[in-house]
Design a protein around this ligand. Structure first.
Ligand code: ADP
Length: 445
């Protein structure tokens, strides 16, 4: 269906051309009449296009141009443009209201919110951010990393890998902050900063409490163990008491292991020092762990096998690394049947190095795997206690690896066995010169 304005325009065009052609025909020159008609109409069109263009340029005008200014299809077009403009204006106001509302909401937040454009320049921030970092209006458009200059934050922000939040201590205000960055839109970033000072202090109190209790319990426990050992060795100990004393000895032994593990874990959590940069020969370290494991396996006769690149060395803390690998090997023995094979391998890999401990033991149901590094999490508590486990072994492994920027991966199948592998980044890997290594070999016991 043609709109009336367009219809009128068609009629106008035909009318002008027809009248001019007729006049030309009467005057004896049809072609001239036709040309004058078309030309006239063309001029009319140009005048209206000009007027329309003028009007669009002055779009702030609220109403349509008066009828006498534009006619026919031009009036329709101007009406449509005006309608679009009105719609656009309404949408703009709606969006502005939404933006204001979001800004009001984020202003009310106690967490600091900072909006950063794709060039890392600050676009907007809320009141909490202003108070936390002393941002001023003139900071708008400046690089965020020029205003939050903590080297760890700059590294985290530039890395663009924000799977985990970053925790930082800002010495200036004795504050502990947690930074979480979200990427959105066209490379823009939303930085959310939480003040976790209270949480941090509570966590510190918890750590101090565990460390103090563990230390305080150590001395009385040593005394009790000493007396129990003397009692157990005493020939005057009545027969009926022997079982009781032996059980008391076992339990104090368990408590000692538990306290020692708690102290190790607390030390790992509180030690702020970066692990040393001295290269540690992994082959030597694993050989000595395996030698201890052989004693543990004792009559169970596990087949302990090691293999790997004997030139592999890692920079880190030897005591901590030994403790982590030892915990994995002890678990492999404790959760595997006698005589089964436990394999420890260590080699260079793309992007770093790996040390893995594989067993043919009871395996772990996949649903438990995400939680086994939690403190005191046990798949089968009675089995863990029977094997002398404290429930802290894998938590210690996790913390040691965390301190060495390494990652623990677990692959396991129920009834088939498990593989715990530690992946170290290239930055920690060193190749020992040949004079410090023995030939790459597979060793058995
Ligand atoms: P625990 O002292 O109880 O062994 P860990 O923290 O070392 O504590 O391990 C947590 C739990 O993970 C264990 O209780 C056990 O159920 C499971 N687990 C650890 N290592 C193995 C393994 N090699 N095979 C099977 N289960 C394992």
């Amino acid at each position: 269906m043609l709109r009336s304005g367009f219809k009128a325009e068609v009629w106008r065009c035909l009318g002008v051309v027809a009248v001019c052609s007729l006049a030309g025909l009467i005057g004896g020159n049809f072609a001239v009449g036709l040309a004058v008609g078309c030309g006239g109409y063309l001029c009319w069109l140009f005048v209206h296009i000009y007027q329309l263009e003028e009007w669009i340029n002055r779009t702030r005008r609220a109403s349509a141009p008066p009828k006498e200014e534009l006619r026919g299809v031009w009036a329709d077009i101007s009406y449509d443009v005006q309608l679009l403009l009105a719609r656009h204006e309404k949408e703009k106001l709606r969006l502005q209201a939404v933006v204001h509302r979001v800004q009001e909401m984020t202003t009310a937040l106690t967490d600091a919110v900072i909006l950063v454009d794709r060039r890392s320049n600050m676009e907007w921030w809320n009141k909490a951010a202003e108070q936390l970092f002393d941002f001023r209006d003139i900071d708008q458009g400046h690089k965020l990393t020029n205003l939050i200059r903590h080297p760890k934050f700059i590294h985290y922000f530039d890395l663009k890998s924000y799977a985990n939040p970053l925790e930082l201590t800002m010495w200036r205000k004795d504050q502990h902050l947690e930074f979480q960055v979200h990427i959105f839109g066209d490379g823009e970033r939303l930085v959310i900063v939480r003040d976790i000072t209270r949480l941090f202090k509570l966590e510190q109190m918890r750590r101090d409490f565990v460390a103090n209790v563990s230390h305080e319990l150590r001395t009385p426990l040593t005394v009790i163990r000493g007396y129990l050992e003397t009692l157990a060795d005493s020939p005057q100990l009545p027969q009926a008491w022997q079982k009781m004393v032996s059980q008391m000895e076992q339990q104090t032994q368990r408590m000692t292991l538990l306290i020692n593990d708690l102290i190790t874990l607390t030390k790992l959590e509180t030690d702020q020092k970066e692990p040393s940069t001295t290269p540690i020969s992994i082959a030597h370290l694993i050989d000595s762990v395996i030698s201890d494991a052989r004693t543990l396996s004792g009559s169970q006769q596990h087949e302990l096998v090691t293999s790997g690149d004997r030139d592999l060395a890692l920079t880190g803390n030897e005591r901590e690394l030994r403790s982590a690998i030892s915990n994995l090997v002890v678990n492999a023995i404790n959760y595997s049947p006698p005589g089964s094979r436990v394999e420890v391998s260590y080699q260079h890999e793309i992007g770093g190095a790996r040390i893995s401990v594989r067993d043919q033991g009871i395996g772990i149901d996949p649903k438990h795997i995400p939680r086994i590094t939690e403190r005191f999490y046990r798949v089968d508590a009675s089995r863990s206690v029977a094997s002398g486990g404290t429930g802290l072994g894998l938590a210690i492994v996790k913390h040691v690896l965390l301190r060495h920027n390494a990652e623990l991966r677990v692959v396991s199948r129920l009834g088939k066995g498990s593989e715990f592998s530690c992946h170290f980044p290239q930055s920690m890997v060193v190749r020992l010169p040949p004079e410090q290594t023995q030939d790459s070999a597979t060793r058995r016991s």
